[in-house]
Design a protein around this ligand. Structure first.
Ligand code: B12
Ligand code: SF4
Length: 299
């Protein structure tokens, strides 16, 4: 089986903005990828720059883990570091794949530098698995990549080819839980306790947003709004409560409050399982009515 090293290219020590925010969350998308490829039999490790000093830690990790493929996640503010780490991985002879929100928005700009072999755009689980399977079969060639949805790559003549997105995963309950065991969770929770006096973790209940505003045209999960079942979310909350003794959750959905019925069932199920945890969500609450907020408050 192929070995994948997934990389979060953010060093707190080098980011005054992140230090000021004082609330580090490891990106959940990378943990979803790790859980997915691991369930399918591939080996996976994670390099998390958050508490490391600089790039030399990544070089050490490459030598220690010896992966076949290196997958780096990027946001616009981490683009430069993502490309620096990509160069180190390429120098070590690895296949280098970039993915995440910013490569999805602008795949070509991540393929302009020679150290990136492939960009995965939009939802990543099925695409990274397909690429690992192709690697293992010795078929990671431009001719084969032409037919692979959800990627961008360089043709042999250097031209950049951007394929169509892969259809989104319809039933989110089929995904394994994020592989939180692969990162130093104690360190995150301790940092939260120290900085804020409580420990917080992230969770998703849905992907995408049905409103389709222009702002989100190139968003990873786009307008394909899909919800997990309330039961699956409540069961994950129970697990998080018991495993990590957290005080709060941050819901990192694109949008929230879409279905009152869903939220009511979620609240009831979480209550019944003794899984309720106070949470915050990304979106403004103005568009929601008071009874809905009451339901939220009971969580
Ligand atoms: C929740 C959220 C936050 C939260 C939590 C962040 C965290 N670290 O967990 C908070 C509020 C803290 C936050 C902060 C910021 N955020 Co923010 N955030 C989001 C949001 C709404 C959801 C992200 C998420 O967890 N999605 C759920 C997971 C499952 O999906 P995912 O991460 O996209 O991962 C999937 C794919 O992208 C892909 N994938 C991801 N990485 C990789 C890597 C490889 C190798 C592969 C193959 C695939 C792959 O596969 C994953 C599974 O399908 C997005 C909006 C959006 N819809 O993308 C913005 C978004 C990611 N944030 C953004 C920004 C700019 C920021 C900040 C820089 C803002 C600021 N100025 O401070 C900071 C940076 C913080 C940080 N260091 O991570 C931008 C990025 C824009 C860009 N072009 O890069 C986005 C897209 C919002 C926007 N529309 O502008 N954010
Ligand atoms: S997440 Fe916000 S901006 Fe994006 S489509 Fe939904 S409502 Fe519009």
């Amino acid at each position: 089986m192929a070995k994948l090293l997934l990389v979060h290219p953010l060093f707190l020590s080098k980011s005054p903005e992140e230090q000021a925010a004082d609330s580090p969350y490891f990106p959940l998308g990378l943990l979803y990828l790790a859980g997915y490829v691991r369930e399918q039999g591939h080996e996976v490790a994670i390099f998390d720059g958050t508490f490391e000093t600089d790039e030399t830690a990544f070089t050490r990790c490459l030598a220690a883990e010896s992966p076949d493929v290196v997958g780096i996640s990027a946001l616009l503010p981490t683009k430069t570091m993502a490309l620096t780490l990509a160069q180190l991985a390429k120098d070590a002879g690895k296949i280098v794949i970039l993915g995440g929100p910013d490569p999805t928005k602008d795949p070509a700009s991540y393929l302009a530098p020679a150290q990136v072999d492939i960009v995965v755009h939009h939802e990543g689980e099925q695409t990274i698995l397909a690429l690992l399977d192709l690697f293992e079969a010795g078929k990671l060639t431009p001719a084969v990549l032409q037919a692979e949805p959800g990627i961008a790559f360089r043709e042999e003549d250097g031209r950049i080819h951007i394929n169509q997105p892969r259809p989104p995963i319809e039933n989110l309950d089929t995904l394994p839980l994020p592989a939180r065991d692969l990162i130093d969770m104690e360190r995150y929770l301790h940092t939260w306790q120290e900085n804020k006096g409580y420990a917080s973790l992230t969770i998703t209940t849905s992907r995408g947003c049905p409103y389709g505003c222009d702002w989100c045209r190139d968003a990873v999960h786009g307008a394909s709004f899909r919800q997990r079942s309330p039961e699956s979310v409540a069961a994950e909350m129970k697990l998080l409560k018991e495993t990590y003794q957290i005080d709060r959750l941050r819901v990192v959905d694109d949008v929230d409050g879409i279905s009152r019925e869903w939220i009511e069932t979620w609240a009831e199920t979480a209550e019944a399982l003794d899984a309720a945890i106070p949470f915050e969500a990304l979106n403004d609450l103005e568009r929601q009515d008071i009874p809905l907020l009451d339901v939220r408050d009971s969580l």
